[in-house]
Design a protein around this ligand. Sequence first.
Ligand code: PGD
Length: 782
Amino acid sequence: MNDADGARTAPRYQHMSHWGMFEAEVADGDVVAAHPYTGDANPSPVLGNIAGSVRSKARITGPVVRRGWLENGPGPSSSRGSDEFVSVDWEELTQRLANELRRVVDTHGNSAIYGGSYGWASAGRFHHAQSQVHRFLNTLGGYTRSVHSYSLGATGVIMPRVVGTHWKMFARSTSWKIIAEHTDLMVCFGGVPLKNTGVNHGGTSDHPTRDALDALRRRGGSIVSFSPLHDDVHGAAERHAPVPGTDVAIMLALAYVLATEDLHDTAFLGSHCVGYDRFEDYLLGRSDGVPKSPSWAEQISGIAAADLVALARRMAAGRTMVTVTWSLQRVRHGEQAPWMGVTLAAMLGQIGLPGGGFGHGYGSMNEPGLAPVPYPLPTLPQGLNPVRDFIPVAAISDMLLNPGAPFDYDGQRLTYPDIKMLYWAGGNPFHHHQDIPRLRRALARPDTIVVHDPYWTPMARHADIVVPSTTSLERADLSCTRNDPLLVAMHAAVGPYADARDDYDTFAAVARKLGVGEKFTEGRSSEQWLEHLYGQWRDFVRADGGPAPSFDDFWTQGHVRMRTEDDLILFGDFRTDPVKFPLATPSGRIEIFSADIDGFGYDDCAGHPRWYEPEEWLGGRRARQFPLHLIANQPRTRLHSQLDHGGTSQKSKIRGREPLRIHPDDAADRGLTAGDVVRVFNDRGACLAGVVVDEGVRRGVVQLSTGAWYDPLDATDPDSLCVHGNPNVLTPDVGTSSLAHGCTGQHVLVEIERYEGALPPIRAFDPPTIIRRSVPGSARSN
Ligand code: PGD
């Protein structure tokens, strides 16, 4: 390729990632730079991790099988994670996979395969790994699945019972345009962290949050934020740093002021809600003798009662939007924060009005606030799963460790199935699951673990059969999300690296061996599937009068721009006419009191929102032993654990360890200075981290992001120190409540001390030992 002056320039290919649209610049078979899409107002720095990712040393270069599994056959094994691997060719790998799937299905039935396979994988509608694995397992007769997500485990169960939906709260949220034009006061629980808006599941062509918040302030609106981390918000006029995990107490106090000063909208509560009376009995202390007053909340949260009184009055005086980030529900009793947020907004009576009401997830991902497109997305059909067994996604260790045991979930009494095979593609449980020592013991239980991944993640190291996947950069795909105007052609930037294959081709090969090849592929190659999915999507768009170029024209032009619903207001139609547009709740209204939840009789989730004292918080007994509250939040330098070896992520590390932020006084108390390496520990585990001293962190709080690849000092020991800084060696593996059993990885109590020993090397990105059988004499390689 030549530029205008005739100089040779590196070729560029349009592509999409979960953190934005870009052009991949290629040299010597690798992507050497990712240039952001010129239409993106605020591109994510995470794009900086892409350069060098194709040929990273962490790539899985060919199919391998764990040595112990090969020698002893399928069965429980505590050698997972420390064993060597043996390289095999694709024919052997696919045949072994087919044989093992056949054995498990014939001997134990399809429910013995856990195919929940949670994870974000890559952008791209066709090659999306979870869609591929689910379609594949369905062609074999199904699998035990998981429900909901690590992002939104509590919300996914509580919100349908309160407002009849959870996904509409983000996919059809009040748009940034409306907020910028109408909101007087945005009260943000958990802030609006810009770092998270870099990311959108499936991709994004723009990042408008920062500009929308600036526009709101220019118009005279203001932002009030509650978060123990100062930088969790952009442009706030007022920042409050509460004790972590106490937002529900704060919201109750604001509600108390509204109720006692007659500032609540009784007409709206009567016409659009049910159960306010029952809640008010609790709020004012009539049912339990404890008024949830500002002074009560001050004792719990550390926020001055006078500030809460003043804020409640301001909230009632203008157009107010109450927002709650997703992180607030990723804690024990996580159901309560979004439920209480809706209740507070309902008391203000502005739900469904322009710029008022409730928002859940502004700043949690890019999507909330983005205008939706009115069409369905091109989607790979996943087929039907006849297996009835399922688990809430964060119950994986519970399931593996307790086959046959009963458990509660959303009003049902269910039983954990007896899993013999785990099939994972596109996710990293060592990133997403809590209490890694317990997870490692759980992963020792099944007969066989299969992992497809492009990289030697800790999960791949714990597999028996490791399938090397291509990265999205090595394949063509379509990208499109429900809240972005562009359908984008993702051009392959490079060919498949080493002996990696597209997941689709692996599944097709195994399906053929099992006699269901045609059912899986429908006779199409990947390229034919792209054209087929595009054609189906084009029919919808054409029927709506939208732009619908031929596939070839679309591919050459690079994208199609769709219309979007720019003036959306969450629950606007319901507000206008609650009879004609009822919510999908039993009453058709907002359920401040849910008779159904009340009827379940759970002691950790009552029939209305309420304050529960969590186990992991600074106000409890456990804090005497572990006096620092660790916030294990989303990283600013990568998406989850993806490309932790990339440039942007690596630049943030301290002596190779994940950075841990601590208040200067807490650092001084422990004799720590910036750049020290510390041991972070509690009674579940320990990891190393690098100290960053930061006044923007509340006293008593430390922050260590998720996503550093688990790197045990002793790989044979499930309780080993992680030398790299993965906070999930510390977090509790306990569900949000009996209702949702969502992930509670956000909060954990710890103590910290300087690490005095010689610093162990970081080996997380080095491949494990692989015995190459193809070479005479079985030469070893690392
Ligand atoms: P990722 O790192 O995105 O984490 O957990 P998730 O498992 O999604 O993992 C995706 C994997 O897919 C990577 O290993 C990547 O290499 C692989 N991959 C990418 N493309 C492909 C492909 O084409 N094929 C295959 N086979 N693999 C591919 C995220 C989860 O973590 C989430 S969503 C949240 S919100 C949670 N948050 C927290 C938290 O707040 N606090 C704690 N402590 N823990 C959390 N965990 C949760």
